[in-house]
Each structure stands twice: as structure tokens, then as C-alpha cells.
Design a protein around this ligand. Structure first.
Ligand code: FAQ
Length: 315
């Protein structure tokens, strides 16, 4: 009897999805839908927070006060994105502590891109231009995700990411139109960030374990390869304007498909980085743990404050 009821609920749930009706936290949803969302949203949140590290390290070294202010504000925005996303995942019943624990124990992932080092100031330009562009291409469709709180969080996040992208491109433009040394720095940053940026979109469609179910649930609206192609089609003309060369000898415009053809992605490297063996994985996680432990007193103070107010309102 109970099974029949779940079947009916599951059918109604899919009908709502198919009719583009948003699912809200108190609505019935299949366990697997809830789990998929907690996985994706929490990993997205971890990516935003860990993603503060490569750029955060350049705040004190930004070349002018103006650059420092902009970068400071961008890094703070990324922290804010992490917080909206943790809140969206909490509406599904996941506690913040359990999500952080999953990150620290390696059960939860974060985007592979943040395991690469930001070696020069040009890398800050390349991150804003390429990494934020990739994030925008991926996140704009998530504004139409079937789960309401995630979709709504994405609206503000996408607006802020657009500003981030522009500031990165402006850094690249300044360097690319500057001295020969500055242009070489910009080219070097593009060389190192291009392929990892393509990997941000995840494994190719044939190897993407979750895509077909996530697309049926309208969590994802496009496949990993479709979004990767969209990013390439946008970024290549932007590189042309900068007068920089995309580090892919097989890159070519295909008149027939009206898309760029591109060379093979090194999936061994992607898998290595996702497994924890990228250039900065250990450093990134160790820094997150250090800061989390150092902030324990803040969490304790918030709980003590809440308890005190609760006691007073009980009197
Ligand atoms: N890195 O079956 P799929 C940003 C994992 S935010 C690491 O295709 P799915 C803002 C995947 O989790 C960037 N792991 O999975 C910013 C799964 O493993 P699992 C983050 C990856 O979920 C800018 C397995 O591989 N954005 O940049 C990666 O359907 C600048 C199989 O993959 C989001 O998280 C990867 N690149 O599709 C901040 C967007 N790709 O979970 C600071 C939301 C895949 O079974 C500075 N997420 N994996 O253990 C998504 O759209 C999706 O989750 C995908 C993956 C597209 C990332």
C-alpha cells in the first residue's frame, strides 16, 4: 500500500517537473532528488568558499589601491555565494556541520579548478575572465533549476559573477595591451588556465554519471559538453580581441556546425585532480580546516547568544 502511494507521489512529482512547476522545500520529493540536490548544491557551495583562496592570496599584492578594492569585493562576493548555497542545501535537511564534515573528510568534492595555483597577477585576470565566464555559462541555466531555493540563489550569484568576469577581462586587456612583458604574462596565464577551465564543466557526456537523471529532473538544463562548447564559442573571440592565442593547436571554426572544434581534453589530469592529487588540493583543504578550526569560537558565541535570548524569551 505504502509503495503504491510512493509511486503515485513520484508520478505526480515528475508531472510537476514536466509542467515547469518549481519544487519547494516542503513539497514531497523522491529521496534520490533530495540527495542529488544536496550533493550538487553543497559541492557548489564548497567550490565558492575554496575558490576564495587562489584570489584571496593576491589581495595584499594587488598592484594598486583600485585593484585591491575590486579584488577584495570580488572575493567577499564569492564568500556570500557560498553562504546562499549552504542555506539552499539546508532547506533540504542537510546541516551545515555535516556538509563541512563531508568536505573535510573528502566525501564531498569541490571544483577541480581551484586546485591550480595563482602564480602571477595575470592569473587574477585569467581567473576572472575564464573561471567566472565558465561559472556563468554553467549557472545561467541553473536559474531555471526545478528546485526553487537553488534557482533563486542563482539569480543574484549570476549578476555578481558578471561583474567578476568583466573585472578579470579588464585586467587581461590592460596586460595584453601593455608592455611586451605584460602581454607575455597574460599569455602565460591563458596557457595555464585554459584547459583547467574546460574541465570545470565536468566529464564528457558519455562519462557523466548524473547528467541524464539530473536533466530529467530539470536540475541541469544542458549537458556538460553542450555548456563546454558554449563557453569555448564565447571565449575564443574574446581571446582574439586580446591578441592572445588559445593554447590548442586543433582549435578551428567549423562552418558546418557553427561551433569551434577543439582538441582532446586530458581526462587523466582531470581525474587526478578530482581524486585529490592536483597541484594545490592538500594546501586548499588544509587551509579550509585551519580557518574552520580557528573560527570555532565564533560559532560557539553565536550558539551561546541564541541560547541566552531563548532563555530570556522563555521567562
Ligand atoms: N571538479 O555526473 P557528473 C565558481 C564530479 S563555482 C570536481 O557530470 P554532475 C565560482 C561530480 O561532482 C564552480 N568534480 O556530475 C567562482 C561527480 O562526482 P560525485 C562550481 C567534478 O553533478 C569563480 C562526478 O564528477 N560550480 O567557479 C567536476 O551532474 C571564481 C561525475 O560528474 C558548480 O558547482 C569538477 N569540475 O555535473 C568562485 C556548479 N565536474 O558528486 C571563485 C553546479 C564533475 O558523484 C572564483 N554544479 N565532477 O562524487 C554543476 O553544474 C554540476 O555539479 C557539474 C557536474 C556540471 C559540476
Amino acid at each position: 500500500m505504502a509503495e503504491i502511494q510512493v509511486d503515485v507521489q513520484a508520478r505526480r512529482f515528475q508531472e510537476r517537473i514536466d509542467a515547469e512547476v518549481r519544487i519547494e522545500p516542503k513539497d514531497w520529493m523522491p529521496d534520490a532528488y533530495r540527495k542529488t540536490l544536496i550533493r550538487q548544491i553543497s559541492q557548489h557551495a564548497h567550490s565558492e568558499i575554496i575558490g576564495m583562496q587562489p584570489e584571496g592570496g593576491w589581495i595584499t599584492r594587488a598592484p594598486s589601491l583600485r585593484r585591491k578594492l575590486i579584488l577584495l569585493s570580488k572575493v567577499q562576493d564569492e564568500g556570500g555565494h557560498g553562504l546562499y548555497l549552504y542555506s539552499a542545501a539546508e532547506t533540504l535537511g542537510a546541516s551545515r556541520a555535516s556538509m563541512i564534515d563531508a568536505l573535510h573528510s573528502g566525501r564531498a568534492k569541490y571544483s577541480s579548478i581551484f586546485n591550480y595555483p595563482a602564480l602571477t597577477w595575470a592569473d587574477i585576470g585569467a581567473i576572472g575572465w575564464l573561471v567566472d565566464s565558465a561559472a556563468i555559462v554553467n549557472q545561467v541555466p541553473l536559474q531555471r533549476c526545478s528546485f526553487g531555493p537553488y534557482a533563486r540563489a542563482m539569480v543574484r550569484i549570476c549578476k555578481e559573477e558578471s561583474f567578476h568576469q568583466r573585472q578579470g577581462y579588464e585586467i587581461m586587456y590592460t596586460l595584453a595591451t601593455g608592455s611586451a612583458d605584460q602581454k607575455a604574462m597574460a599569455q602565460d596565464a591563458l596557457n595555464r588556465w585554459w584547459w583547467p577551465s574546460l574541465m570545470m564543466f565536468g566529464p564528457s557526456d558519455a562519462d557523466s554519471a548524473h547528467s541524464s537523471q539530473s536533466m530529467a529532473w530539470k536540475i541541469k538544463r544542458f549537458s556538460n559538453d553542450e555548456l563546454r562548447q558554449k563557453f569555448i564559442d564565447q571565449a575564443v573571440p574574446q581571446a582574439d580581441i586580446l591578441g592572445l592565442e588559445v593554447p590548442d593547436t586543433e582549435l578551428a571554426w567549423d562552418e558546418q556546425t557553427q561551433h569551434y572544434r577543439y582538441g582532446a581534453i586530458d581526462w587523466d589530469e582531470f581525474n587526478r585532480v578530482v581524486r585529490g592529487d592536483g597541484p594545490c588540493n592538500r594546501q586548499r583543504l588544509a587551509e579550509h580546516k585551519r580557518v574552520h578550526e580557528a573560527g570555532a569560537w565564533v560559532r560557539e558565541a553565536v550558539v551561546a547568544y541564541d541560547r541566552k535570548h531563548q532563555d530570556q524569551s522563555d521567562v
